[in-house]
Design a protein around this ligand. Sequence first.
Ligand SMILES: Nc1ncnc2c1ncn2[C@@H]1O[C@H](COP(=O)(O)OP(=O)(O)OP(=O)(O)O)[C@@H](O)[C@H]1O
Length: 229
Amino acid sequence: MIELDAASVALPEDEGGRVLLSPTSLTLAERRVAIIGGNGSGKSTLARLLNGLVTATSGRVVVDGLDVARKGKEVRRRVGFCFTDPAAQLVMPTCVEDVELSLRRTVRSASERHARAMEVLARFGLEGLASQSVHTLSGGQRQLLALAGVLAAEPSIVVADEPTTLLDLANTRLVADALFGLSQQLVLVTHDLTLAAQCDRALVVADGAVTFDGPAPDAVAHYTQSVGA
Ligand SMILES: Nc1ncnc2c1ncn2[C@@H]1O[C@H](COP(=O)(O)OP(=O)(O)OP(=O)(O)O)[C@@H](O)[C@H]1O
């Protein structure tokens, strides 16, 4: 459960003070929530607020009852964040080592870490690639591996910021199926309106504000009309 209470984001005064997200209040309890809108509208800013990658300038963000500003560490443990470019999170030489890295805080024993990492890789059909270099993976495999790393830490919420933007159709389907198959709550920032329409709820962001909030097909229609498409 995610709650925003008049949460806003603005640049510091010495950087111009521009408002990136106007005060926003909402409660997200649906299993799959999409965030859609034009380039530079504020979608990532809103998504990054949810795990403290961006700090609210005013108001509050509360995740599973935890105030993000005060309990950042605990919140980040609960909210897994998947970046558009998996290169931002894949840092180890091989696939299995990368997933093991995500487990380093929670699982002490190296052999148990390895076993758990292999289990997570198997969930995504990546077990055959365990000892392969992350640099030799396809874009879709890399995105799946990044997601596997996020899920290894057993978050209760997954925030994915344009996870299919760099992918072709087949890999988009692969990653979308993995995301939509999650048991956790999913917050999906996307330009893929077909994916967005499959969510339980969608927010449209424009000029740093949520301009529509409702059933995903209605949000997609609202956004499409607003850009005159
Ligand atoms: N740290 C920052 N410093 C200055 N400007 C920023 C910062 N972070 C975001 N912005 C600006 O805030 C606006 C919203 O950015 P944001 O990344 O949230 O947009 P977005 O909707 O996710 O865009 P896109 O679809 O292009 O990824 C943009 O104009 C961006 O340049």
